[in-house]
Design a protein around this ligand. Structure first.
Ligand code: ADP
Ligand code: MG
Length: 394
C-alpha cells in the first residue's frame, strides 16, 4: 500500500530550499511542520493571532494577526512561495484569497468540506463511502422523535468542534432538543451512538499529480473524546487495516485532495465506517516522526513544494501517548509544577515531544511521547509503564 510511483514530477515548478514557505496556524502541528521544513533547508512564515504560539516561536517570521486580516494575508502571500494550513478551521475564504497569488495546498474547496460536519458527512455519503447513520439538524423540528432508531445518539455541532468539544450524548428527543438549544441552535449532526470494536485512522499524502503515499494504519483509543494512545501497526484484523488504507485513498481521490490528510474510522461489527476527515497532518500520525522514513510533516512540505513524496515505510513498531494538561501536577500551594520527566526519559526507546505551551490546562494537548521498538508488544508494554508512572488517565 505504501509504494508510490512518481509520475509527472516537473523539475521546473519544484520549490527548492531555501524558499520561504507559509503556514496558517501556529499550534503543535505547525511547529512540527516548521521543524521538518527547517531540517530540509526551507524557511517558514507562520500566521497565527497568538503571540506565544508554539510554531510562531520557532518560525523565521511570525505574522501575529487574525486569519482573515487581509493586509497580513497579502504580506504572507508576497513573502511565501507556497502556503499550507495546520488549522482545520482556517476560513476557506482565506485560502481562496491566498490562492489568487500563491500556491495553496490543500485547496479551499477540500478544507471547506472537511471543516463542516454536514458537508463532510454528505460528501462521504454521496461518494458511496460508509458512514454512521446521521440526521442533519437545522431546526428543533428536525430532531427525530423517540421512535427513531438513531437513539442513543451523539449531537455534534457542524462547525468548530474538536477533541470531543461541541458534542453531547443524548438518549431521546428531549435530551437532543436540550443539547441543541445549549449549542445555541447552531447547525448540528445527530449521529447514532455506535458500539465500536475499536477505532483506526490512516494518514496519507497526495500530491498534485495524484501520487499517494499512505502511512500504516494506526489503532487509536480515546479518553473523554480526545485521542489518548495510538498503536501502530494497528492490532486487530489485517484485512480491516488494509481496507482502511483503501478507503482513505478513496476519500482523498474523491475530494481531489492535494496535501496531507488524516481519515478517522470506526470499526463496528468488523466493518469500517468513516468518522471524519482532517485536512492536515493528524495527531494519530505523530508516530511517523520517530518510526517512519519520512514523517507526515516532511510529506506536507514535499506536497506543497512539488517535491516527490518520500517513503512512508515504518521501520519500528510505535506507541504514541498524548500528554494533556491534566498530567501537570499542582503543589501544596495549588501552583502548577512539572511532571517527573525523568521517569519517562529513563526509557531509552522513548522519544519525547513537548510543544512549549505555557499553560497546562485540562484537556489541552501539551505534548506526546512515542515508544519505538522492533516488537509491538514490547512498545505497548513500555509505553503503558511510562503512562502509569506519569499518572496519565488517572
Ligand atoms: P472530534 O472532532 O472531537 O475528534 P469525533 O467525531 O471524532 O470528534 O468524536 C471524538 C470521539 O468520540 C471519537 O473518536 C469516538 O471515540 C467517539 N465517538 C464519536 N462519534 C461516535 C459515535 N457515533 N459512536 C461511538 N463513538 C463515537
Ligand atoms: Mg475525531
Amino acid at each position: 500500500m505504501q509504494n508510490i510511483i512518481h509520475k509527472n514530477i516537473d523539475p521546473q515548478s519544484v520549490i527548492l530550499p531555501p524558499a520561504m514557505l507559509g503556514m496558517l496556524g501556529g499550534g503543535q502541528l505547525g511547529r512540527f511542520f516548521v521543524i521538518a521544513a527547517h531540517e530540509m533547508g526551507y524557511r517558514v512564515t507562520v500566521l497565527d493571532p497568538d503571540a506565544n504560539s508554539p510554531a510562531g516561536k520557532i518560525a523565521d517570521v511570525h505574522i501575529c494577526a487574525a486569519f482573515d486580516d487581509k493586509e497580513a494575508l497579502k504580506a504572507m502571500a508576497s513573502a511565501c512561495e507556497a502556503i499550507s494550513t495546520e488549522f482545520e478551521n482556517v476560513p476557506a475564504d482565506t485560502l481562496s484569497f491566498l490562492a489568487q497569488t500563491t500556491s495553496v495546498r490543500p485547496s479551499a474547496q477540500s478544507v471547506a468540506i472537511a471543516q463542516h460536519r454536514v458537508s463532510e458527512k454528505n460528501f462521504l455519503k454521496e461518494s458511496g463511502l460508509p458512514v454512521a447513520p446521521y440526521v442533519v439538524i437545522n431546526a428543533e423540528a428536525d430532531v427525530p422523535d423517540d421512535a427513531s432508531d438513531i437513539y442513543p445518539a451523539i449531537l455534534k455541532v457542524a462547525r468548530f468542534g474538536y477533541d470531543g468539544k461541541g458534542q453531547a450524548r443524548v438518549k431521546n428527543l428531549e435530551e437532543a432538543q436540550l443539547a441543541y438549544s445549549q449549542f445555541s441552535r447552531e447547525e448540528c449532526v445527530l449521529e447514532k451512538m455506535l458500539k465500536l470494536d475499536y477505532e483506526v485512522s490512516v494518514v496519507l499524502a497526495r500530491d498534485a499529480h495524484g501520487n499517494v503515499a499512505t502511512f500504516p494504519t494506526s489503532e487509536n483509543s480515546h479518553l473523554n473524546g480526545i485521542l489518548d494512545v495510538s498503536i501502530v501497526p494497528a492490532r486487530g484484523s489485517d484485512a480491516v487495516s488494509y481496507q482502511a488504507q483503501k478507503l482513505a485513498i478513496s476519500v482523498a481521490e474523491k475530494l481531489n485532495y492535494t496535501g496531507v490528510m488524516g481519515v478517522e474510522f470506526f470499526v463496528c461489527n468488523g466493518e469500517l465506517l468513516v468518522n471524519e476527515i482532517a485536512p492536515r497532518p493528524h495527531n494519530s500520525g505523530h508516530y511517523t516522526i520517530d518510526a517512519c522514513v519520512t514523517n507526515q510533516f516532511e510529506q506536507q512540505v514535499r506536497v506543497m513544494t512539488g517535491l516527490p513524496l518520500g517513503s512512508s515505510r515504518q521501520h519500528s513498531s510505535a506507541v504514541m501517548v498524548n500528554l494533556l494538561g491534566d498530567v501537570w501536577p499542582t503543589d501544596a500551594t495549588g501552583a502548577q509544577t512539572e511532571p517527573d520527566w525523568l521517569k519517562a526519559f529513563n526509557n531509552a526507546q522513548l522519544k519525547m515531544h513537548l510543544y512549549g505551551k505555557h499553560e497546562a490546562r485540562a484537556g489541552r494537548k501539551m505534548g506526546h511521547y512515542t515508544v519505538i521498538n522492533a516488537s509491538r508488544d514490547e512498545a505497548i508494554k513500555q509505553a503503558m509503564q511510562i503512562r502509569v508512572e506519569l499518572n496519565i488517565g488517572s
